[in-house]
Write a protein that binds this ligand. Structure first.
Ligand SMILES: Cc1cc2nc3c(=O)[nH]c(=O)nc-3n(C[C@H](O)[C@H](O)[C@H](O)COP(=O)(O)O)c2cc1C
Length: 159
C-alpha cells in the first residue's frame, strides 16, 4: 500500500465512482450460493464477455466458481435491502428471495432489471482481488425497470 493512500482513502476514492450492483449466483452441489458485486462491467460484444472482481478472501467464490453456469442479475432500484442481504451471512442470502434456476444451475433473481446467463471463461489475479471474465450465453432485459445505484457506500436511484 502506498504511503499516500491508506485503505480508507482508497475506499472513499473508489466510492466516488457510481456503479450498479449485480447478484452473481448459482446452485452448486445442490446448494444456493451467491454474492452482491458492484465491480461488474461489460467487456466485449464479439464474443460477448462481461467481468466482475471478487476479493481473494471471498469464502463463497471458491465454491461458486465451480458452477457450470452463473446467473448475473442487475439489481433494481428497490433492491437496496436485498443487496445487503446478498452481502451478509451466507446461509441467509436467499431467504425470502424470489429466483429461478436454469438447467445449468445459474440462479437469476426475479424482479432484476436484466439477467445474464454466464460461465467462467478466465480468472486473473489482480492485487487483493481476482478479475473474473465471464462468457455470456443468454440475456433477458426488462427495459422499463430502473437500476439500483451504489455511490459513496450508499444506495440511490436515477432521478
Ligand atoms: C454494494 C455492494 C457491492 C459489493 N461488491 C463486491 C464486489 O464487487 N466484489 C466482491 O468481492 N465483494 C463485493 N461485495 C461484498 C460481497 O457481496 C460479500 O459480502 C463478500 O464477498 C463476502 O462474502 P463471501 O465471503 O461469502 O464472499 C459487495 C457488497 C456490497 C454491499
Amino acid at each position: 500500500m502506498s504511503e499516500q493512500m491508506d485503505s480508507r482513502m482508497l475506499r472513499d476514492a473508489f466510492g466516488a465512482f457510481p456503479t450498479g450492483v449485480v447478484a452473481v449466483a448459482a446452485q452448486v452441489d445442490g446448494k444456493l450460493m451467491g454474492l452482491a458485486a458492484s465491480s461488474f462491467t461489460s467487456v466485449s460484444l464479439d464474443p460477448p464477455l462481461v467481468s466482475f472482481s471478487v476479493a481473494k478472501g471471498s469464502t463463497t467464490w471458491p465454491d461458486l466458481r465451480r458452477a457450470e453456469h452463473l446467473g448475473v442479475t442487475v439489481l433494481a432500484e428497490d433492491h437496496g435491502a436485498l443487496c445487503r442481504q446478498l452481502a451478509g451471512p451466507a446461509p441467509e442470502r436467499f431467504t425470502g428471495v424470489a429466483f429461478e434456476i436454469t438447467d445449468s444451475g445459474a440462479v437469476m433473481l426475479a424482479e432484476g432489471i436484466a439477467q445474464y446467463d454466464c460461465s467462467v471463461r478466465d480468472e486473473f489475479e489482480a492485487g487483493d482481488h481476482i478479475i473474473v471474465l465471464l462468457k455470456l450465453h443468454a440475456v433477458v432485459v426488462h427495459s422499463r425497470r430502473q437500476p439500483l445505484i451504489f455511490h459513496r457506500s450508499e444506495f440511490g436511484r436515477l432521478a
